[in-house]
Design a protein around this ligand. Sequence first.
Ligand code: LMR
Length: 396
Amino acid sequence: MFESLQAAQADAILGLIAEYRNDPRAEKIDLGVGVYRTVEGKTPVLDVVKRAEQMLVDQQESKAYIGTAGAADFNAAMQLLIFGDAGPEERLTTIQTPGGSGSLRVAAGMILRATPGASVWVSEPTWANHVPLLAGAGVPLKPYPYYDTKNHVIRIDEMLAALRSAPAGDLVLLHACCHNPSGLDLTVDEWQAVTDVLVERSLVPFIDMAYQGFVASLDRDAYPVRLMADSVSEMMVSSSCSKNFGLYRDRVGTLSLLAADSEARDIVGSQVNNLVRTIYSVPPDHGAAVVSLILRDDELRGAWIAELAAMRERLIEMRGLLGDALARKAPDHDFSHLARATGMFCFLGITAEQVAGLKKEFGVYMVDSSRINVAGITPDNVNYLADSIAATLQGG
Ligand code: LMR
């Protein structure tokens, strides 16, 4: 049976983990996969997560199945985190999913059930796994312009024009904040303009929020979700706790579905639970139970918000350090867009050959598109990194 198969290509992002690990050079730098790192280059378990895990070990009485939707207390706490206390609760259903990717996969299944034939419009570029994940599930995709790779700005007019051309009923995949890979987000006015087009054209927002809390604050970062929830009759929101709780491998996320009214919400809820049963049956519990403990306890929640703020501040600081170092070491090149980006990522704006050269000559790893994860930068490696980039640019 397997004789017909050819080896699959290594994943554009995850493939870098092994490549980097196998590189023997001490000075190597990993700017590849999107995980947070401390100044020591570690991705530690958050202190508040450790505390909640201990509570869970002490208090948990059973590991029996909970159900296809996961834990009700987790779902309620996450719905509040995402939509705020003025959210349209009576029209919303939120289920626990295996990470953000699991959420996207269930969302794809719901699209195929509810509106087969509808396309999902995705930003050009978008997260490298959006396209294989959604297209692999059988959902037709169409691109909308987003990032101008030459001038490092958002192509807002072209984006709006493309969305105006979309047929009613299509979905539009939007990154709530920390656009992955560009790091450039829409302004408040641009979000309003996109919302107006979606309403005008009867398009359905499908929002991916994988970095809530990494731009400014939990509430500020959820602004586009809340704006759209106030304006449209139907939408879907995938969220992830991988980054903001550092629970990557525990696979914690949610899918929220907003329906036209509470009756439709109940039907959507029954369909999504039925769908989950046919994919992975029930979501993993541990990480979601930890998140639930943290979100429902004022003291733990405060400690989490402080740890999240420290991660955010470090990213902002490292982005600034690299920008300054490049301005000194590569003055003929404009890297000012780094300062305009948010979250973990931005494009360096160099060619795939230069990316390959950085890896080969200097042990600096990043995605072929020149997307960098600024969490890989430290005050100790930033000069080596900027020198390597400057030397690579000089080499042509
Ligand atoms: C990334 O974009 O690097 C992260 O979201 C990790 C992943 O799964 O690709």
